[in-house]
Design a protein around this ligand. Structure first.
Ligand code: HEM
Ligand code: HEM
Length: 180
């Protein structure tokens, strides 16, 4: 079983990163949407801590994934080089950019609250911005907008994958098993 990607093949490392991150991102989005409707207090502070720790884990994983893809480029989408092919590529690149940008906006918003940003209750992440109410509103507003964009793109991404599976072109099989 190949670890690296090939011209027509997704290697094991890419597939593990794709499906592990998928699980973490779905959990993170669901948790974020709960936090949005909560007032922070002593009873739920651990949920904020959990969201931040998973967010930093996702930031590390996306940086590993981008580095890995520079070292071992994933295969191009299957099928003719039509508008859908380029739409799929653009969606993948935008998803990478969002997965880098979103954790930084969450980190900046959390820094702006003036409270220490903790990772796994153990390490303190350095503040990215000075504490201010305006900064908090701006960075969390951006965090919110970018996560909504991510959700919309993921819906398209998943619909696209299911459509191609229904058409039987092997796209989903290749992300699950490596090759068609
Ligand atoms: C949080 C959820 C997800 C994210 C962030 C995500 C992201 C990505 C990205 C960036 C790629 C490009 C290749 C790579 O970097 O590994 C990709 C490929 C792919 N994803 Fe997802 N994905 C998610 C969920 C899903 C789900 C639920 C499905 C299936 C229903 C799926 C099916 C695929 C397939 C089939 C490919 C290969 C496309 C091709 O051959 O061009 N993904 N995904
Ligand atoms: C890929 C990583 C992340 C995803 C997908 C994500 C997703 C979300 C979502 C969907 C929300 C609800 C919408 C909103 O109010 O903004 C949210 C809220 C929040 N996120 Fe994240 N987040 C991520 C990383 C982080 C990180 C790294 C931090 C901090 C270090 C963070 C801190 C917060 C906080 C404090 C809230 C609550 C904001 C409020 O009360 O309005 N997030 N996140």
């Amino acid at each position: 079983m190949a670890l690296r990607n090939g011209p027509d093949e997704f290697g094991l490392v890419t597939r593990l990163l794709h499906w592990t991150m998928m699980l973490l991102i779905f959990g993170q989005l669901a948790l974020g949407l709960r936090l949005e409707r909560m007032e922070p207090g002593l009873a739920n502070l651990w949920l904020y801590g959990l969201h931040k720790t998973v967010g930093f884990t996702l930031l590390a994983l996306i940086l590993i994934r981008i580095t890995w893809h520079l070292a071992s480029p994933p295969p191009a989408p299957l099928g003719p080089h039509n508008a859908l092919f380029w739409a799929a590529r653009a969606a993948h690149w935008t998803i990478y950019a969002l997965l880098v940008g979103i954790p930084f906006t969450g980190w900046a918003g959390s820094s702006a609250t003036g409270i220490d940003v903790m990772i796994a209750d153990r390490w303190t992440a350095p503040p990215l911005v000075e504490a201010s109410e305006a900064g908090e509103a701006f960075w969390f507003g951006l965090h919110d907008a970018l996560t909504k964009l991510l959700m919309a793109l993921l819906a398209l991404h998943i619909l696209g994958a299911l459509k191609r599976q229904a058409e039987g072109d092997g796209t989903l099989t290749r992300m699950l098993k490596g090759r068609v």
